[in-house]
Ligand binder design. Structure first.
Ligand code: PEP
Ligand code: CO
Length: 448
């Protein structure tokens, strides 16, 4: 039980905080956070504890984490259809991975709270006009006008509302029978002339046969009716995250109730920074993004700050090195953390180290390059004798054209057809499925 009581979780205020909005009116911010503190929690301590235990299993190679969703959710795209297609995509990927690897797959959406973005450039210039960059719907508007780009703290109340309605839909889909494993067929869509869909259809038939056989043999399938799908986002906006941090009445522990799993981004992971301090005190499983500039000492300092006792499942490192660098950079980090001995869970983000621009200036990623980083991740763990614990994708259930390649060989001149992301390019539905088949193969090889 989370109590209504707010907690003045304010030690982070004395630490340096990067990438925070420059709000014009501090009184307005205080009124918003006061209102947020009175709102019910979005997730519950017991669910958070369950997830932490599953992340621990993944750290030991006894489960595998699938994280995925938009780079940035937007208020406009928080619709029933878009949420359903995203959930369906994650569930389909999880089925493919479970079947491929015979391992429990821990399903975690980048969803129900992923509304704030750190930006490399604080301002954007168009035709000689310079305005603050778009930092996600939690902060300002994408529209390139002075009023649109002004940070507005009232948007934090909208974030709460959109996150709550998304979680409500997730709970309905995953607990109400929609996610029943006996319906794997119905989740497929599109033309089976697409190789990813055809392969999924064949798999669904195989699963159906296996389920029918087990049912005939008298197995109890109630467990197949519901699934656990957890919510995660980058804990970027300190005022919001602090206001959602509550005391659990069972033992007086603190939980961040804005999502089950929170991560700290590559740009805000300073061991003596405010983001690390904010998450140091909560019981949630937390992640830290680790880019190519991270040293072994940086990681050990982060363990000291975020998981000094080495509690399994508490801390994940989400590596995003780039396909060309991963096999050089990752093994020494894995070795240093292995030598330290405190358990962490390693997750691969093959997206953020592999963003490119086409000659005409479109931000994209290439399917095969993404895949190469995943392969490098598995190879690095094989080399050091550590467990590849999970995978983190930017994806959508929609048929967008943002990432190059995949079985439909999406080319540069097709990117314009349905390029909808406001920030980073995402795998579309069929590319996501194809990725799941390929990762399932790697996982099976790693465990055989
Ligand atoms: C992201 O996950 O969208 C992101 C900004 O990643 P990173 O912090 O790794 O750059
Ligand atoms: Co991104």
């Amino acid at each position: 039980m989370i109590t209504d009581q707010s907690f003045p979780w304010d030690t982070w205020r004395t630490f340096a905080a990067k990438h925070q909005p420059n709000y014009a009116d501090a009184g307005e911010v205080a009124a918003v956070t006061e209102a947020l503190r009175r709102r019910p929690p979005l997730v519950f301590a017991g669910e958070v504890d369950d997830l932490r235990q599953q992340v621990a299993l993944a750290g030991r190679g006894e489960a595998f984490i699938l994280m995925g969703g938009d780079c940035a959710e937007t208020f406009a795209s928080t619709t029933a259809d878009q949420i359903r297609l995203k959930i369906q995509t994650l569930l389909q990927m999880a089925v493919v991975l479970t079947y491929g690897a015979s391992l429990p797959i821990v399903k975690v959406g980048r969803i129900a709270g992923q509304y704030a973005k750190p930006r490399s450039n604080p301002t954007e210039e168009r035709d000689g006009v310079e305005l603050p960059s778009y930092c996600g719907d939690a902060v300002n508007d994408h529209e390139f006008t002075p009023a649109g780009r002004e940070p507005d703290p009232n948007r934090l109340l909208d974030v709460y509302q959109y996150s709550a309605s998304t979680l409500n839909l997730i709970r309905a889909f995953t607990k109400g029978g929609y996610a029943d494993m006996r319906r794997v067929h119905e989740w497929n869509r599109g033309f089976t002339s697409n190789p990813a869909y055809a392969r999924y259809e064949a798999l669904a038939q195989e699963i159906n046969r296996a389920v029918k056989f087990m049912e005939a043999a008298g197995a109890d399938f109630e467990a197949l009716r519901v699934v656990d799908l957890y919510a995660s986002h980058e804990a970027l906006l300190l005022e919001y995250e602090a206001a959602m941090t509550r005391i659990d009445s069972r033992g007086g522990d603190l939980y961040n109730t804005s999502g089950h799993f929170l991560w700290i981004g590559e740009r805000t992971r300073q061991p003596q920074g405010a983001h690390v301090e904010l998450l140091a005190g909560v019981r949630n499983p937390v992640g830290v993004k680790v880019g190519p500039n991270a040293s072994a000492d940086d990681l050990l300092q982060l363990i000291d700050r975020l998981n000094p006792q080495g509690e399994p499942g508490r801390l994940s490192f989400i590596t995003r090195m780039g396909a060309e660098k991963i096999t050089d950079l990752l093994p020494p980090l894995l070795q240093a953390v292995k030598d330290d001995g405190r358990e962490v869970t390693w997750i691969c983000d093959p997206m953020h180290g592999n963003t490119i621009q086409t000659a005409s200036g479109v931000k994209t990623r290439d399917f095969e390059t993404i895949m190469r980083e995943v392969e490098g991740f598995f190879a690095s763990h094989q080399e050091v004798g550590t467990a590849p614990g999970g995978i983190h994708f930017e994806l959508t259930g929609d048929d967008v054209t943002e990432v190059l390649g995949g079985s439909e060989h999406l080319g540069e001149n097709e990117l314009g057809k349905r390029y909808e992301t406001l920030v980073d390019p995402r795998l579309n539905h069929q590319q996501s499925l194809e990725m799941a088949f390929r990762v399932g193969g790697l996982l099976r090889a790693a465990n055989s």
